[in-house]
Ligand binder design. Structure first.
Ligand code: NAD
Length: 424
């Protein structure tokens, strides 16, 4: 297929390039035609707005905000809003495309989107953040909507920001519209089970993969990089399923205990220590990056992007990698991983539990009803398991790694839907 340009040789790959490289491989293997490839490659809509906000000292500062809708072929678009100084339109475009594949792979009826405002939320007062959020919502009132585009939190935004967004949108609509945003506080229509949803999906992916690989969870050792929301929930739930968590790490360093770390105790330590594992005595401190190369059955990178690279991939000894983080493996490391026979449950599948429960939040808001935690967990577990099985079967059919299979599943779903809906 001559229209897809081969990946250039680079010494650094950003998550978007990593994603596009895999998208291109999947598109080639499945024989995607050029017209549909071009439709899926570029975002459907991108909007940039200027947001004048009165600061606490009385001055007016103008912020730049973006919202990119990559695709609304499967349904209203879904994706987080990021507040960060590094926000720029290219990054937002990349993250929006990523959301399209993530929603499609778990088969929820959403397209992909992302938004962002270039700002430094840590150095803004609560009042400034609220005014900025209301200004952004007002400027995007024509874009957002429960049937159009549904934002959620991302880096630098919180459930409180989502509450302001919902309130401002509701004022403009003249009625309370809970379903316009997910990740809201529980009292405002948030869903039970959302906090642990991503880590829970990581656990389900790991358990289903182990079952297929004939690894007994009761004999399995696990290392988890990143002990924040995703990493600590994944570690806790895997420990409950019988796995021995031999190592965890965060920004303060990595902690190893051959006999297994008591995760509930470690979480309690972290919570009482300003969110950090610094000084944790239940394990031996090892080099930060050594956590990636331990001899374990399962490695869960759940901290940040680009941590498994061409520089360390040769030393990885895990049999299974379950990607809790977005983009933890650079595309250039894929070949070595495949040659070594390591199974990878890829990010767009393994960490899709979060967006799945966001979808449940939207469903509950629209029903005007609240599900209990058991119902949320049972349904998200089933969606994650079915998605994993679909990706596994696709990998067998096309004789490709799970990552490429996940993209094939997602691209197939979106391109088949596009063919029925048609363009102009
Ligand atoms: P978080 O901020 O709660 O936790 C991040 C953790 O990683 C912290 O413990 C931090 O100390 C640690 N960390 C950061 N840099 C590190 C490094 N170099 N080495 C070791 N540890 C390091 O964030 P989170 O919500 O758990 O998200 C983690 C990853 O999962 C991100 O890539 C995020 O995009 C992805 N993700 C999160 C969700 C979600 O629902 N929270 C959903 C999908 C994907």
């Amino acid at each position: 297929m001559g229209f897809i340009e081969p990946a250039p040789i680079r010494d650094h790959a950003n998550p978007f390039e990593s994603m596009m490289d895999r998208f291109n491989v999947a598109a080639e293997i499945m024989g995607l035609d050029e017209e549909v490839y071009n439709v899926l490659k570029s975002p459907a809509k991108q909007v940039t707005v200027s947001l004048p906000v009165t600061m606490d000292n009385g001055s007016i500062k103008v912020f730049e905000g973006h919202r990119v809708i990559h695709s609304n072929i499967l349904g209203p678009s879904k994706g987080g809003i990021r507040y960060d100084m590094a926000v720029n339109i290219d990054e937002v475009k990349a993250l929006a495309a990523w959301m399209t594949w993530k929603c499609a792979v778990v088969d929820i009826p959403y397209g992909g989107a992302k938004g962002g405002i270039k700002c430094d939320p840590r150095n803004m007062s609560r009042g400034e953040l609220e005014r900025l959020t209301r200004a952004y919502t007002s400027a995007m009132a024509e874009i957002f909507g429960p049937d159009r585009d549904i934002p959620a939190p991302d880096m630098g935004t919180s459930q409180e920001v989502m509450a302001w967004l919902m309130d401002e949108y509701s004022k403009l609509a003249g009625t309370t519209v809970q379903a316009v945003v997910t990740g809201k506080p529980l009292v405002l229509g948030g869903s039970l089970g959302r906090t642990e949803a991503t880590g829970r999906g990581v656990m389900i992916s790991a358990i289903v993969a182990m079952e297929k690989m004939k690894i007994n969870p009761y004999h399995a050792t696990v290392a988890v990089q990143g002990f924040g929301n995703v990493g600590s929930w994944a570690a806790k739930l895997l420990a409950e399923r019988g796995c021995t968590i031999v190592a965890v790490s965060d920004l303060s360093g990595a902690y190893y205990n051959e006999k297994g770390i008591n995760i509930d105790e470690a979480i309690a330590y972290r919570d009482g220590n300003n969110g950090s594992m610094d000084g944790y005595k239940g394990a031996e401190k090892i080099g930060s990056d050594d956590i990636l190369t331990l001899e374990v059955d399962v490695l869960v990178p759940a901290a940040k992007e680009d941590v498994i690279t061409t520089a360390n991939v040769n030393d990885i000894r895990a049999k299974l990698i379950v990607e809790g983080a977005n983009g933890p493996t650079v595309a250039d490391a894929d070949q070595v991983i495949n040659e070594k026979g390591i199974t990878v449950a890829p990010d767009i599948l393994a960490n899709a539990g979060g967006v799945t429960v966001s979808y449940f939040e939207w469903v509950q808001n629209r029903l005007g009803y609240k599900w209990n935690r058991e119902r949320v967990n049972r349904r998200s577990d089933r969606i994650m398991k079915e998605a994993f099985d679909r990706v596994w079967e696709t990998a067998q059919t096309y004789k490709v790694p799970l990552r490429i299979a996940a993209y094939i599943v997602a691209i197939k779903k979106v391109s088949e839907t596009y063919r029925y809906r048609g363009g102009f």
